[in-house]
Design a protein. Structure first.
Length: 169
């Protein structure tokens, strides 16, 4: 069982169109989601628990503060020096993916009532350094192929590193 936490900040999206090898859906607003495991301490101020919420906030504030566009397939580092989140959390980056509903279907942008504006939903998924390198050398789609069709979006700080110590990409 997992808990889906959605950060609702109503972030406005930069509407310039860029050409990337990724799914592009230009909308007026973006919402970012993290799937947290059941029992996750939502009120903790300890780094081990609070990094997930900091990730949501930093992602939501990225576009408005940089006037830059982010979307599916984009990766972001937690620290400029590529270091992990902490000694116990070895992820050093994350990737934005298409959000999936409870039945595994992709969550399409939603048209706002009485408006011509739409909201896109993105899933934040943490990566190990090797997975980030793999994505940069190949593509995020190839990385997702390593995870397989039953990829679990729930955050697990002890999950398998799907690229291990690979250097042959």
């Amino acid at each position: 069982m997992q808990l889906l936490f959605l950060k609702l900040l109503g972030v406005e999206v930069v509407t310039e169109i860029f050409h990337y090898d990724c799914y592009v859906s230009i909308t007026d607003r973006a919402e970012y989601a993290l799937c947290l495991p059941l029992g996750y301490n939502l009120n903790s101020k300890v780094d081990l628990d609070s990094w997930a919420f900091e990730t949501l906030e930093l992602t939501a504030l990225y576009s408005p503060f940089t006037n830059d566009w982010i979307g599916v397939g984009h990766t972001m580092l937690y620290n400029e020096d590529w270091s992990p989140v902490s000694d116990t959390i070895k992820f050093n980056s994350y990737i934005l993916l298409e959000s999936k509903g409870k039945d595994g279907q992709i969550v399409e942008p939603v048209q706002l009532d009485n408006s011509d504006k739409a909201v896109a939903f993105y899933q934040i998924f943490p990566l190990y350094p090797e997975e980030l390198n793999y994505t940069m050398e190949r593509s995020y789609r190839e990385l997702l192929g390593l995870f397989g069709p039953d990829m679990d979006y729930a955050i697990d700080i002890n999950r398998e590193n799907y690229c291990g110590n690979k250097t042959d990409y």
